[in-house]
Design a protein around this ligand. Structure first.
Ligand code: F6R
Length: 613
């Protein structure tokens, strides 16, 4: 939610800020802005409602704005509708302080009242303006410098925030602040950068520092000084980012989503290959000891959205091989439901971004209750990764499209790997069976490639159904869990109403919605329940529904006898079926959205990294 960038150095700042923002637009895209300081023009602020392209055009790619220091922002509105005036940067009354912000200042109303009582006029509806005005208030009223004023402001504001602050009275520096919203420092030669995400920095520097909660940083062209929450100087560890630059570019594809779908075989290879040795799972430096795993009585999987759907698959897979109860909880519900969690509960937190606020809050609640946290995270150094007892990175590479694809599929296999590891520790699976599943896992990328090669067939089905207004996904067991993801993919990017049901539930209500021509995507990959899947298809057909079915190669012919259309995936171990089965569902959603003319990589009202509650 919202992307922040900052630059100070010898180059012109505005073009660099706009380029950085273009990499962060996935975080929010209802308006954008920059503030740049130049000795001749002072602090100038430029912002516009709409996509970044509007601002970019207005500023001629940044060329019309001189200055070698600046901050920029791309917004996902929280307080105040998308508009020029509510866009960031927000400025103080005198126009000498500009602030970009990701997060929410929870006590902004009370602070606004206080400042208005002191005669400070406000121009926007945003919570962020309070920060700009409060910092200026401390500078003027208390006669302190900008850094001290920021420190005093931090003692007054509550909530989650990443801030970039530029002040005309100290124009050789940017002040950065982080609490519960991501912020990354970039160390360049003769320049320094600030960004919500490494993708915005990687073209310019690979040397980064991950800010910790409560930290303040002062960026100048000569370096970066960090301070802890007591404003004592701290030494920041510098990490090296080894991502390929191309990984965050479209590389000739029309959409990031399609590119990321196509990258899945490679991503699975990366996530799985190094973690299998001699027929066993191998996790380097794994902090959850065998003794600890043996005393685990219950597993909770906590996540949001697609990551939650991975948890739903995980429940079926893990319970089957571990014989330990697994509960799956929506992170947004977890901390409000008085969860039964203690030292014998392992909480598995799943998050592509590693920054989802609800997931982070659930993690903290679980820790408070005494559980250990294992997280499955894609973004290295993200907040969730750093607060977990053990992180297993999913190594999907940067995922830019708002709708997750390779993020989801790598989470699936890493969760399976963990399940197998724990099953071997508990002795609930023998070495032979484990070896066979792992060998099959190593074959997944090749099988996935075969599914991707079949994309024209899926495109054809999309052309048949893209103008439907309502779709149902049905399935049992892992097929049901996979249907949840297929349904979410379709609705979020094509705006078609879509719901996923456990097939057995149809007759308890939903079947009344099936009428002539209603599209039902029937998932029947799980061989054990294939006959039941067939019966449900027949029931839907009997009510006039159109059935597009998904099954394995073994069952394709059989299913074709009852369904209107069938897509098959290669046969594989039941545990791994969702890893293959989700791919046609992703492609179906993609092609449908394409045919409906939707903005696939940036669906309306959404943002990739959800850092507000
Ligand atoms: C859907 C999607 C979202 C995310 C959810 C959690 O395509 O991407 O539902 O899965 O916002 O995000 P992470 O995994 O980053 O915590």
């Amino acid at each position: 939610m919202c992307g922040i960038v900052g630059y100070v150095g010898n180059e012109q700042a505005a073009p660099l800020l706009l380029e950085g923002l273009s990499k962060l637009e996935y975080r929010g895209y209802d308006s954008a802005g920059v503030a740049v300081y130049d000795p001749s023009t002072g602090l100038s602020v430029h912002k516009a409602k709409g996509r970044l392209a509007v601002l970019d055009k207005m500023l001629d790619g940044g060329r019309s704005v001189p200055g070698r220091v600046g901050v920029g922002h791309t917004r996902w509105a929280t307080h105040g509708a998308p508009s020029d005036v509510n866009s960031h940067p927000q400025i103080s009354r005198s126009g000498r302080i500009a602030v970009v912000h990701n997060g929410i200042i929870e006590n902004y109303a009370e602070l606004k009242d206080f400042l208005q009582g002191q005669g400070v006029p406000f121009t926007s509806e945003t919570d962020t303006e309070v920060v700009a005005q409060l910092v200026e208030y401390f500078c003027e009223h208390d006669g302190v410098d900008i850094l001290e004023a920021v420190g005093r402001c931090l003692r007054r504001i509550e909530g989650a925030y990443a801030l970039g602050i530029l002040c005309a009275d100290a124009p050789d520096q940017i002040i950065a602040v982080r609490k519960d919203s991501p912020l990354i420092l970039g160390y360049g030669d003769g320049c320094s950068f600030l960004a919500s995400d490494v993708t915005a920095l990687i073209r310019h520097t690979r040397r980064v520092g991950y800010m910790d909660d409560g930290e303040v940083a002062v960026l100048t062209k000569d370096g970066i000084q960090c301070y802890n929450h007591l404003m004592q100087p701290v030494e920041k560890e510098i990490s090296y980012v080894d991502w390929e630059i191309d990984a965050a570019e479209k590389g000739g594809y029309e959409h990031f989503m399609f590119k990321e779908i196509m990258e899945q075989p490679q991503a699975i290879r990366r996530a799985v290959g190094p973690r299998i040795r001699d027929g066993e799972v191998f996790f380097e430096d794994f902090a959850l000891s065998d003794d600890y795993l043996r005393q685990v009585k219950k597993i909770y999987i906590v996540a949001c959205g697609s990551s939650y759907h991975v948890g739903m698959v995980g429940k079926y897979n893990l319970e089957r091989i571990l014989r330990v109860p697994v509960e799956v909880a929506l992170a947004s519900e977890f901390r409000y439901m008085d969860p039964i969690v203690d030292g014998a509960t392992l909480v598995i937190v799943i998050s592509q971004s590693g920054e989802t606020l609800d997931t982070m809050a659930a993690l903290r609640e679980a820790k408070r209750l005494g559980a250990k946290i294992l997280s499955l995270v894609n973004v290295v150094g993200s907040s969730i990764a750093r607060e977990s007892d053990q992180v297993l990175y999913t190594w999907a590479g940067p995922e830019i499209a708002v709708a997750t694809t390779k993020g989801y599929s790598t989470q699936l296999v890493v969760l399976d790997l963990f399940g197998l590891h724990m099953a071997r520790v508990l002795g609930t699976i023998d070495a032979e069976t484990c070896r066979a599943i792992l060998e099959e896992m190593l074959r997944l990328p090749e099988k996935m490639e075969a599914v991707l090669e079949n994309k024209d067939a899926i495109q054809y089905y999309a052309s048949q159904y893209f103008n439907h207004n309502s779709v149902f996904f049905i399935g049992r067991n892992v097929d049901y869990a996979m249907g949840l993801e297929g349904s979410l993919k379709l609705k979020e990017i094509s705006y078609i109403h879509s719901e996923a049901y456990a097939s057995g539930e149809l007759k308890h209500g939903t079947i009344s919605l099936i009428e002539e021509g209603t599209l039902v995507v029937a998932l029947g990959t799980y061989a054990r329940l294939f006959d039941k899947a067939m019966s449900n298809i027949v029931e839907v057909k009997a009510r006039g529904g159109d059935v597009l079915a998904l099954t394995t190669e073994d069952h394709g012919q059989e299913m074709a006898k009852v369904a209107n259309g069938v897509v098959t995936i290669p046969n594989t171990h039941p545990m791994l079926l969702p890893s293959l089965g989700v791919v046609p569902l992703q492609l179906f959603a993609y092609y449908v959205a394409l045919m409906r003319g939707c903005d696939i990589d940036k669906p309306r009202n959404l943002a990739k990294s959800v850092t507000v509650e």
